[in-house]
Design a protein around this ligand. Structure first.
Ligand code: ZN
Length: 311
């Protein structure tokens, strides 16, 4: 695993900044400063948020992603290397929904860097209940403490293109706050990206409009907000955040047959075993979609296409 998972901005731009910084800070003859030190570092929890920061900030910042590719935000543990990378961050864009990673780690991350501005990307987003599907940690004892009061809400807010627009604007507000010199750039980029997301939302609304069969099955219920946006119904294979028992599976298979569902969605972060069992029973197939892919717009299109295959 790459320590801190630093997404580097373009080398050419890094070199420019490096020259400027060394010209200001160093006596002649000294080695140039590491250009990475002179760029604003922005930390985010999830890879899709890195896409949001890149869309708004372009090459002006370096990004530290706390939950690396392939890891699950329901279980991931921060490494010491990530703590070091985080100590350079000027801002932390938290998802702000009750995602386990932030419930468990946010206080420790703030303790490790008291200077950084913490932006709540969920500000202005209405949380919905998580389909009665508790997430992994909810059965463990530590859920008794009051930090977990809101854990009945669905944490997967970023998978709604409408929510994403709000998250991008909140991210932009934070960037303007920590780096006001580039406020005009951030605001213009933000406006353009939000317009792109609005167009994507309209495209999906049209695509889903005339679907006859509006139920879809997914192993881990990541798409509650997306389902809400387009009046679809998400059915989880997971039962209360863990593998389903036989009785639940039988009911699920009946429900799938009733609706004529032929596709079971699964994610690379989870085992596909029970998804395959369901798919086999309904004479269908498992389609892998990633709720955490970096390239947000392309990935949402892929998810929407996979959901449309249920008809
Ligand atoms: Zn999840």
């Amino acid at each position: 695993m790459v320590p801190g998972f630093l997404l580097k901005s373009s080398l050419r731009f890094a070199a420019m900044l490096g020259v400027a910084a060394s010209g200001l800070a160093l006596a002649p003859g000294c080695a140039p400063a590491d250009s990475a030190d002179s760029r604003t570092v922005i930390a985010v929890t999830l890879l899709p948020q890195a896409a949001f920061v890149e869309a708004v900030a372009g090459n002006l910042v370096d990004i530290v992603v706390m939950v690396p590719p392939g890891a699950s935000p329901h279980t991931y543990e921060v490494t010491p290397e990530q703590m070091v990378a985080l100590s350079r961050a000027r801002m932390y864009a938290r998802v702000g929904s009750p995602v386990e990673f932030e419930l468990t780690w946010m206080d420790k991350l703030i303790d490790a860097n008291r200077e950084m501005v913490v932006v709540d990307c969920s500000r202005g987003i209405e949380l919905i209940e998580s389909d009665g599907e508790a997430h992994e940690e909810e059965s463990s004892e530590e859920h008794a403490d009051e930090d977990h009061v809101h854990s009945g809400a669905d944490p997967h807010i970023w998978l709604s293109v409408r929510n994403a627009q709000v998250m991008v604007k909140n991210t932009c507000d934070g960037l303007v706050q920590v780096d006001p010199a580039n406020a005009n750039v951030y605001r213009a980029n933000c406006e353009a990206y939000v317009a792109e997301l609005a167009a994507l939302d309209a495209e999906l609304a049209t695509a889903f409009q005339d679907l006859e069969q509006r139920h879809f099955i997914v192993f881990h219920p990541s798409f509650g907000y997306l389902a809400r946006d387009y009046e679809l119904t998400q059915i989880a294979v997971e039962q209360g955040g863990s593998e389903p028992d036989a009785q639940y599976l039988i009911r699920l298979i009946e429900e799938a047959k009733e609706h004529g569902i032929r596709v079971v969605l699964a994610a690379p972060q989870f085992s596909t075993r029970s998804a395959e069992v369901v798919a086999q029973e309904i004479g269908g197939e498992v389609v892998i979609v990633d709720p955490l892919a970096h390239d947000y717009i392309t990935n949402i299109r892929a998810i929407a296409e996979a959901i449309q295959r249920v008809t």
